[in-house]
Design a protein around this ligand. Structure first.
Ligand SMILES: O=C(CO)[C@@H](O)[C@H](O)[C@H](O)[C@H](O)COP(=O)(O)O
Ligand SMILES: [Zn+2]
Length: 196
C-alpha cells in the first residue's frame, strides 16, 4: 500500500466510524447537553479531564466554554484539570498519578457541577478515580468513552451519561470525541442563547 492509499484508508475509516456513531449517539449527546445546560443555569461549572489526546479534548472543551464556540456570547464556567503542571506533578510525585484529577475534584467540585470524563478505553485509573471523586462531591458525570466502555461504564449511575463511540481504534474514537464536543458546544449555545 502506498502512503497515499494509507492516508486515504485512515480518512475512510474515520468517515465510517462517524457514520456509525451518527446512528447511535445523537440522543446521548442531546441528553448530555441538557445536563450541562441545567448545571450552567444553576450557577454550576463543568470540570474536564483525560489523558494524552483526551487531555487535549478536555482542554478543547473548556476553552470553548470559557472563550466561545461559534457565536458571540458570555463566557461559561468550565475548567480542564489537565493544565496545571505544578499541581499535576506534585500530586503524581507525592501521592500517585492515579490521583491527579480526583484530588483536584475534591477541592474544586461542588454539588451540581458536572465532570466531563474522557477515556477511549474507559480504563484509565485516574479517570476512574476522578469519577469516584465526582460522585462523592454530588456531581454528575458525562463520560466520553469507546470500545466496551471499560471499567468506567460500570461506575456510572442513572444520573450520569455515557457517550460511547462504537469503535475499537483509539484514534478513530478520539476523532468522534472531538465532533461530540463540538456538538455539545453548539447545543449548549442553542439552549442558552438560541431559539430553543
Ligand atoms: O492520542 C493518543 C492515541 O491517538 C494517545 O496519546 C492516547 O491518548 C493515550 O495512549 C492515552 O493514554 C489513552 O488513554 P485512554 O483514552 O484509554 O484513557
Ligand atoms: Zn490521538
Amino acid at each position: 500500500m502506498s502512503f497515499t492509499e494509507r492516508i486515504v484508508q485512515h480518512f475512510h475509516n474515520s468517515i465510517d466510524t462517524k457514520v456509525q456513531a451518527s446512528q447511535v449517539l445523537p440522543p446521548l449527546i442531546e441528553q448530555a447537553s441538557r445536563m450541562m445546560v441545567e448545571t450552567l443555569l444553576n450557577e454550576g461549572k463543568i470540570l474536564s479531564c483525560g489523558n494524552g489526546g483526551s487531555a487535549g479534548d478536555a482542554q478543547h472543551f473548556s476553552s470553548e466554554m470559557l472563550n466561545r464556540f461559534e457565536r458571540e456570547r458570555p463566557s461559561l464556567p468550565a475548567m480542564a484539570l489537565t493544565t496545571d503542571t505544578s499541581t499535576l506533578t506534585s500530586i503524581a510525585n507525592d501521592y500517585s498519578y492515579n490521583e491527579i484529577f480526583s484530588k483536584q475534584i475534591r477541592a474544586l467540585g461542588q454539588p451540581g457541577d458536572i465532570l466531563l470524563a474522557i477515556s477511549t478505553s474507559g480504563n484509565s485509573a485516574n479517570i476512574i478515580q476522578a469519577i469516584q471523586a465526582a460522585h462523592e462531591r454530588d456531581m454528575k458525570v458525562v463520560a466520553l468513552t469507546g470500545k466496551d466502555g471499560g471499567n468506567m461504564a460500570a461506575l456510572l449511575t442513572q444520573e450520569d451519561c455515557e457517550i460511547r463511540v462504537p469503535a475499537k481504534v483509539t484514534a478513530r474514537i478520539q476523532e468522534v470525541h472531538l465532533l461530540v464536543i463540538h456538538c455539545l458546544c453548539d447545543l449548549i449555545d442553542e439552549q442558552l442563547f438560541g431559539g430553543h
